[in-house]
Design a binder for this molecule. Structure first.
Ligand code: PMP
Length: 403
């Protein structure tokens, strides 16, 4: 299959219909692939019914489609079993699920280790748990480039660390986490590891067994699928020990006036009607992703990222945030003293360049980097040199316009 950026771009209806658009905000939401849209439409027009409830043929078709979606996610993550895949409404819901359900197995004084680089969705649920249950939170610091500083991991874990919950890739700096080092230290301390894969999944299929973590969370809208759906993968034996998060239909064996018994995972964690068509659409996106040559895509994304970094570093006064060397995801954030990111984004929008300004739901990381807000460009598989050039031209224009 041809994999030029142009041929990939054509497969995204929104981008195909807007050739003038330079979309550089895929870290917030990637565009949806045609296969995902088609799968949602096909499901809704041929198999729409509730799941795990009906015995008529239409309901059985819905069950089959939903079950097949679970299988696709399991293949995308190289999970041992589809029973380890819990559908949620997104990464945020997946992280809250762990904070509640795994959190319910923690005792006051137990420790959860996070990093300063976390997205708020992997910060706030843990702070809420700390305030409810008296657990301790500890933080892996970051270096001047926003990379996790793992020098003092054993001390940070202490003697009662039960979970290390970190991002696989920063949504601000593009820095990849050294997962192997964290897993090694966590295993020594007897702690579980949760990886927030929200920014990793749009750069290719993942392997939770090779990563050797215990939980993995991501959102469908960041990997070319629909919004409103996400995934929590959990190691079977860990899920088995967790109580439910939400109560409701579909997650029980029996309800009496006195008590309820829980279904096994994954149903135990999917109370209520799940996002059925969205899961089917997500599966189509992941199936498509699994046909791609990711080495070639990574090479192009990396080349564009370097080109962007080179171009930006020539703009007087502009400060690039994040590591400039080593392996990084194609996410480039910068600060222009005196220019507010919202103004920069507005001027660029006039030239059809879509990028993001603000705190990026990572205020602790921005504080550590010495800024309140910044502007972020993120590159995905459908971007090309013209997008990077348009950003650079737009920024030159913004500097003149706003100075
Ligand atoms: N973690 C990271 C690293 C993210 O970038 C995001 C989304 N920006 C999330 C979690 C939360 O994802 P969602 O809003 O789709 O739940």
């Amino acid at each position: 299959m041809s994999q030029t950026a142009a041929s990939l771009r054509e497969q995204f209806p929104l981008l195909a219909a807007a050739p003038e658009l330079h979309y550089l905000d895929s870290a917030a939401t990637a565009q949806i692939h045609r296969a995902a849209l088609d799968a949602v439409l096909h499901h809704e027009t041929t198999s729409r019914a509730n799941v795990m409830r009906g015995t008529y043929r239409l309901a059985e078709a819905a069950d089959r489609a939903y079950g097949a979606a679970r299988q696709s996610v399991a293949r995308f993550l190289n999970a041992d079993s589809a029973d380890e895949i819990v559908f949620t409404s997104g990464a945020t819901a997946a992280l809250n699920l762990v904070a509640h359900a795994f959190g319910a197995t923690l005792r006051p004084g137990d420790r959860v280790l996070l990093s300063v680089a976390e997205h708020h969705s992997n910060f706030v649920p843990w702070q809420m748990l700390r305030d409810r249950c008296g657990i301790e939170l500890a933080l892996i610091p970051v270096d001047a480039d926003g990379r996790l500083d793992l020098a003092h991991l054993p001390e940070l874990m202490g003697s009662r660390c039960r979970l290390v919950a970190v991002t696989q890739c920063s949504n601000v700096t593009g820095a990849w986490t050294d997962v192997a080092a964290i897993v090694a230290a966590a295993r020594k301390a007897g702690a579980r590891v949760l990886l927030d894969g929200a920014q990793a999944v749009q750069h290719g299929p993942q392997d939770v067994q090779a990563l050797d973590v215990d939980f993995y969370a991501f959102s469908g809208h960041k990997c070319f699928g629909p919004g409103g759906v996400g995934v929590l993968w959990g190691r079977a034996e860990v899920l088995a020990q967790m109580p439910p998060f939400h109560g409701g239909g579909g997650m029980i064996v029996e309800v009496t006036l006195q008590a309820t018994t829980w279904a096994e995972a994954p149903q135990r964690f999917e109370a209520g009607t799940p996002p059925i068509a969205q899961a089917v659409g997500l599966a189509a996106a992941l199936e498509w992703m699994m046909t791609l040559d990711w080495a070639a895509i990574a090479e192009r994304e990396d080349r564009l990222c370097r080109q962007l970094i080179d171009g930006l570093s020539r703009i007087p006064g502009l400060r690039l945030l994040g590591p400039l060397d080593g392996k990084r995801a194609p996410i480039v954030s910068f600060d222009m003293p005196g220019l507010h990111p919202h103004d920069i984004c507005q001027v660029l929008d006039a030239g059809n360049v879509a990028l993001r300004g603000g705190h990026h739901c990572a205020q602790p990381l921005l504080t550590a980097l010495g800024v309140d807000v910044c502007t972020r460009a993120s590159i995905a598989l459908y971007n090309d040199e013209a997008d990077v050039q348009a950003l650079q031209d737009g920024l030159d224009h913004a500097c003149r316009e706003l100075a």
